[in-house]
Each structure stands twice: as C-alpha cells, then as structure tokens.
Write a protein of this length. Structure first.
Ligand code: DC
Length: 209
C-alpha cells in the first residue's frame, strides 16, 4: 500500500506520516529531506541555491549528505530547499528515487508536496494535511525555541508565509491538493486527534478497495 501525505510547511504531516507508517507496517520517506539535502550541499559549497546549474549538480551528488544531519532541519536549509525545489531538473533527478521507495514491498508512506499529484498519482490513499498559517507558525516557533534557537514568532510566521508562497506559486509541481486527496485540517487537532482522523480515512479507503 502507498499512502501519500502532502501539505504545507509545519502542518504536522511529518509526525503524522511517521506514525502512520509505524501503525500500518510501511516504510517511511520524508521527501522534503531530499530537497533539504540538495539545499544543504549548495550552502556547504558556498553556491546560490537558486543557481540551476549548480543545483542540478548538487542533486546528482545528494548521496554526499547524511540524511540524519541535524543541519538539514534548520531554517536556512529549509529556505535553500524551497529554492532548489522550484527547479524542474532537480525535481526530475529526485523522482526515480522516490518512486523506487514507494513501489518496494511492503509499501510506504511518503510525505511531501507533490506526492499525490506527481510522484504517486495512483496512490490508493492520499491525505492533504494543513492548518492555518498562524497555528503552523506557533508550532514551528515552539519547536525552534525548544531547540534553543533565538527567533521571534513574527519572524517564523513571515518566513513560513514566504515559503508557502514559493511552494504554492511555483510553476513546477506546485503544492496543491490532489482532486482525490482527503483534506485533514489540523488547526484545532492535536497529533493524537489528527492521527485518529487519518487512520479512519485510511481504513475506510482500504475497506472500499
Ligand atoms: O517538508 P520540508 O519543509 O522538509 O520541505 C523542504 C522544501 O522542499 C519545501 O520548501 C518544499 C520542498 N519539497 C517539495 O517541493 N516537494 C516535496 N515532495 C517535498 C518537499
């Protein structure tokens, strides 16, 4: 079984996707980490993440980055990732890897922005996880504060809105809800409530197939 989980930054889709994979015994792939790895590699090389030629080269070398590197999670890397993600040849270079993970047994939960629309358009279950920008910024702000980062809520909100605009407004595979995706709005849900709602959707889809 393949489960596609898409949505904007800090909607809770990563935690949700990981928990779903555990419950249903599936592999888990955080596809954002691949774009972050390309962004981080460019930052390490001192290159501009919006430089298409350098970004394509970095996508080919993405294996050089350890996908557990904590630097993948910082805001600077996230911003660089959002820039490289707008470059179609970078997306093409990462596509095959994502599809291979999806089709390997026993199946996988992939989270990202274009899983239900581009990477796995035939996935039998698609979730589009979202929440208001303010609630997402508040969650991200608390996460960063807990990590000891010195940042204001206003800066996190403005950064998040900028990233939303870039992810939704880009020409190549923009973030959008697939026509057959189930909308899961987590504005008023904590992780346990969101997980329960997601499992209900997945079980209903399994029963129907
Ligand atoms: O989910 P994230 O914040 O780790 O993603 C980092 C960036 O990568 C984000 O700005 C959008 C981009 N991305 C994408 O374009 N397609 C995906 N499938 C996953 C992430």
């Amino acid at each position: 079984m393949i489960i596609a989980v898409d949505g904007p930054v800090a909607a809770g889709k990563g935690t949700l996707a990981r928990r779903i994979a555990d419950i249903y015994g599936l592999k888990y792939l955080d596809t954002g980490a691949l774009y972050r790895a390309v962004g981080l590699l460019l930052l390490k090389r001192g290159e501009d993440p919006a430089n298409e030629q350098k970004a394509v080269q970095a996508a080919a070398d993405v294996g050089e980055i350890d996908l557990t590197d904590p630097a993948l999670r910082n805001e600077e890397t996230g911003n660089a990732a959002s820039k490289v993600a707008a470059i179609q040849p970078v997306r093409d270079a990462l596509l095959e890897y994502q599809r291979n993970v999806a089709k390997a047994k026993p199946g996988a939960v992939l989270d990202g922005r274009d899983i239900g629309t581009v990477v796995c358009p035939d996935a039998p279950v698609k979730l589009f996880v979202t929440a208001s920008a303010e609630v997402r910024a508040q969650r991200r702000f608390e996460e960063l504060k807990a990590k000891g980062q010195n940042i204001t809520y206003e800066a996190v909100l403005s950064d998040l809105k900028e990233r939303d605009e870039r992810d939704m407004g880009r020409k190549n595979a923009p973030l959008t809800q697939a026509a057959d995706a189930h909308l899961l709005d987590t504005t008023k849900l904590d992780i346990e409530a969101a997980l329960k709602a997601a499992c209900q959707i997945i079980d209903a889809s399994k029963d129907a197939s």
